[in-house]
Design a protein around this ligand. Structure first.
Ligand code: ADP
Ligand code: MG
Length: 797
């Protein structure tokens, strides 16, 4: 059963969409919502039931099928800009949806038309249609060429610059390109005739044309056809000679518009030419899918029509045709996109590779959905969330349209079958969401979209398309003049003949004067041009000298730079060497410093040691000296006493007294210190009598053991006379009591060295007896000092 409503005639497009719950209601004139149309295809089989009912030309209701699968019955109302039922013809859809976009295209505005829906819902039917029932695409091409036919620019006058822009070619280049194309066409035609004619697509032409176009412009149409499959872009017009199609990358042009890099853009001069190209692209698409064993329903195909407008070749004051300035090239684009089936993966029994493809397709449609959602969110919440255009090639390619580059419209195709209810529910939700998205209107919508190009040519040009305003044409020769013999029969009077000839004559005269004028103008123009040329030449000459000078200067500077660089190199090498030397010297210096510090430290330590030893020694010596002095004083006293006694004896006459006194000198080891033996000098005696001390006379046992005490190391003096100490034990320090209490030792001597008043070294040997004490210890009783003194033999006594 088909949908029960048929909407004819279609209302005007001034229909306004009712506010949705998501619209924020703010009237932002700089934005307009995406227009979404719905096309319902006829049911496939008569027994199939529809789940869609038309409520009004813009509202439909989606009803849950009466199937146990769906427990509750629901009705979902969906609103569109316009709903086309199964009765709607291709022409009606084109007139309502595509015609305004085509009008915009001719005004220099861009548009993107997407067809959305599950596989088999009629997307391709709506866009491409069938030869006897053409869809939007062929109708657009037909209408476009019907409209611009007589205002087309000569072929190859406008050329794509391969950077998404266009440039104007010089006439001779355009002619060359045309010749080349003719030859290539001849070759392919001969090949085709040999092979047999290809299956050409011929669409019915409704001869529709848009009236109000700018007739001062020249128009050129360029088409490109691409496919996005598995998130990869392929150029369907790429002459791959049977090889698999190469993937293309997306680029941004100077105006930040996205385009397919290196895409083939073909200039078409007629609808048939365009259909041929469309057909070849579709063939390539089919071939590609057969080769890859893939499904074309899973790919997005994009057919781009780019209309380039340049101002009609202007005439200068002298009436010469001029090629317009490239800067006033106006480019507009209409992209017709046949999207992949929107069905979810589980709808078709896809496995393995196919599943992956389905996932990818869903991904790119999902990305489109995400982008629209973010756009909607941004406009509702007034935030500025990043729209994820880059997530898929599809959204990235059309990113500019969503940012105000042109209008975005969508035809949602639905199969009303109850079997498609689930999918249709998803499609309706997507459609509802899309309609909530408002897209920025292109800036300066009233002024045409301008695109700057690189080349700028402004040369006079003669072209076949230039409308001839020439007034050199003569009035037609009256037909009666061709039949002179029957003039009278025809009733032609001489006056009539004269009038006709006069008219021709006067016209010839005006032509002649006009011609003369034009020649004059042309000559003047030539002179002007020549003058300009001369000026240009002189300017070029001066520029050349400046450039030459500049070049010379730059050459000199370069040389200087080279010289300076070499100097710099050698200096830096020297510097490096010196740095090296400095470094090594620093190392040596550091080592020496370290050694010096060590030596200073050692010296300090030695000084301290020496000072300590010195102090100790001087203390010891002081003590000894004190004792010695005391001892000497006591000796002197004893001697004096003795002398006194000797004197008394000598003075008295009692020999006994004198004998006794002389022989037994009173010797008290405690009080009378031993006499010092002066080895080098004799103590002078009054009577020159040697009186040996009692201790020298004492008998000595041969087994006496001496304890020799050297407090310091004696200075080696090379002394010949040595104290007679046969058995001895030497030590430098008395540390233990056992050193002195040893019963074998009976004698003790302390050897000390010192300087006398004349600076001579004198060695003193203090001698004594070791006497055991009752407490078990020992004591030394000093009884003698030996003095060993050296004198220089040259010194006077
Ligand atoms: P899609 O491209 O969405 O996968 P198609 O455009 O290939 O679907 O349509 C599938 C079939 O349905 C085609 O045979 C087509 O002729 C037919 N069809 C689709 N829409 C319509 C329509 N509005 N009127 C008549 N036939 C249609
Ligand atoms: Mg299709």
């Amino acid at each position: 059963m088909n949908t029960p409503y048929r909407i004819t005639p279609y209302p005007q497009r001034t229909l306004k969409r009712e506010k949705t719950t998501l619209s924020n209601g703010s009237s932002d004139n700089s934005k307009e919502p995406v227009k979404v149309f719905c096309r319902i295809r006829p049911l496939k089989e008569d027994e199939d039931t529809s789940c869609i009912l038309l409520v009004s030309p813009t509202v439909l209701s989606l009803n849950t099928p009466s199937d146990p699968k769906y427990p509750s019955q629901r009705q979902l109302h969906c609103q569109f800009n316009q709903i086309f039922t199964s009765y709607a013809t291709q022409k009606e859809v084109f007139d309502f949806v595509a015609m305004p976009l085509l009008q915009d295209l001719l005004k220099g505005k861009n548009a993107l038309l997407l067809s959305y829906g599950v596989t088999g819902s009629g997307k391709t039917y709506t866009l491409s249609g069938e030869p006897n029932n053409p869809g939007i695409m062929p109708r657009c091409i037909d209408t476009l060429f019907n409209t611009i036919d007589e205002f087309q620019a000569p072929k190859f006058m406008i050329k794509p610059d391969k950077m998404n822009g266009f440039e104007i070619q010089a006439e001779n280049d355009a002619v060359k390109d045309r010749l080349f194309e003719n030859r290539a066409n001849a070759k392919t035609l001969s090949k085709q005739s040999k092979k047999g004619s290809g299956d050409q697509l011929h669409y019915i032409n409704d001869e529709i044309r848009i009236k109000d176009i700018d007739e001062n412009n020249l128009y050129a149409v360029f088409v490109s056809y691409i496919e996005i499959y598995n998130n990869t872009v392929f150029d369907l017009l790429d002459e791959s000679n049977g090889k698999p199609l190469q993937s293309k990358i997306l680029r941004e042009d100077a105006q930040k518009n996205m385009y397919v890099n290196g895409v083939v853009e073909i200039e078409v001069k007629s609808a048939d030419e365009a259909f041929e190209i469309l057909n070849s692209g579709q063939k390539r698409k089919r071939m590609g899918h057969t080769l890859l064993n893939s499904e074309s329903s899973r790919s997005h195909s994009v057919f781009n029509i780019r209309l380039v407008q340049v101002e009609q070749i202007a005439h200068n004051s002298e009436g010469d045709p001029m090629v317009p300035d490239s800067n006033i090239i106006k480019v507009s684009q209409l992209s017709l996109v046949d999207l992949a089936g929107s069905e979810r993966t589980n709808r078709t029994q896809t496995t393995g590779m196919r599943l992956k493809e389905a996932g990818r397709i869903n991904n790119s449609l999902m990305c489109l959905r995400n982008c629209l959602e973010v756009l909607r969110e941004n406009q509702v919440t007034k935030c500025n969330k990043i729209v994820p255009y880059r997530d898929s090639r599809l959204t990235f390619l059309f990113k500019n349209f969503f940012e105000g580059y042109g209008k975005v419209e969508m035809i949602v195709c639905v199969n009303p079958s109850c079997l498609d209810y689930d999918e249709n529910l998803q499609v309706m939700k997507f459609a509802e969401m899309t309609q909530d998205v408002k897209i920025k209107k292109p800036e300066n919508r009233d002024t045409p979209y301008m695109r700057k190009t690189v080349k700028k040519i402004n040369t006079p040009m003669s072209t076949t398309k230039v409308k001839s305003n020439s007034s050199f044409s003569l009035p037609k020769i009256p037909s009666f003049l061709f039949d002179v013999e029957n003039l009278t029969e025809m009733g032609v009077t001489i006056d009539q003949i004269a009038k006709a000839l006069k008219l021709r004559g006067s016209k010839m005269e005006t032509n002649y004067s006009e011609y003369n004028n034009k020649v004059k103008h042309f000559r003047k123009r030539l002179c002007d041009l020549n003058e300009g040329n001369i000026l240009n030449l002189s300017e070029i000459k001066s520029m050349k000298t400046i450039i030459k000078k500049g070049k010379q200067e730059s050459y000199n500077l370069k040389n200087k730079i080279v010289d300076l660089e070499t100097v710099n190199d050698s200096l830096s090498a020297k510097n490096q060497e010196l740095q090296e030397v400095i470094r090594s010297l620093r190392c040596i210096n550091d080592e020496k410093d370290l050694k010096i510090n060590q030596k200073i430290l050692e010296k300090e330590r030695a000084k301290q040691k020496f000072a300590m030893a010195n102090e100790k020694m001087s203390q010891e010596l002081e003590n000894k000296l004190r004792k010695q002095r005391e001892h000497l004083q006591a000796t002197m006293k004893a001697k004096e006493n003795k002398l006194k006694k000797v004197k008394q004896i000598l003075e008295s006459d009692d020999p006994l007294l004198s004998q006794e006194d002389v022989e037994t000198p009173d010797y008290d080891p405690q009080h009378t210190p031993p006499t010092t033996i002066l080895k080098e000098t004799q103590t002078p005696s009054k009577r020159n009598i040697q009186t040996p001390s009692a201790r020298h006379r004492r008998s000595r046992s041969a087994g006496e053991v001496w304890l020799e005490h050297n407090s310091i190391k004696p200075i080696p003096l090379g002394t010949v006379l040595q104290p007679c100490v046969k058995k001895r034990k030497s030590l430098t320090k008395l540390t233990k009591a056992s050193d002195i209490t040893n019963p074998k030792q009976s004698k003790y001597c302390l050897i000390a060295q010192d300087q006398d008043t004349e600076g001579e070294i004198e060695t003193k040997v203090y001698k004594g007896d070791i006497v055991s004490t009752c407490g078990g210890g020992a004591q030394v009783i000093f009884n003698d000092v030996e003095l060993l003194k050296q004198k220089s033999p040259t010194e006077s006594p």
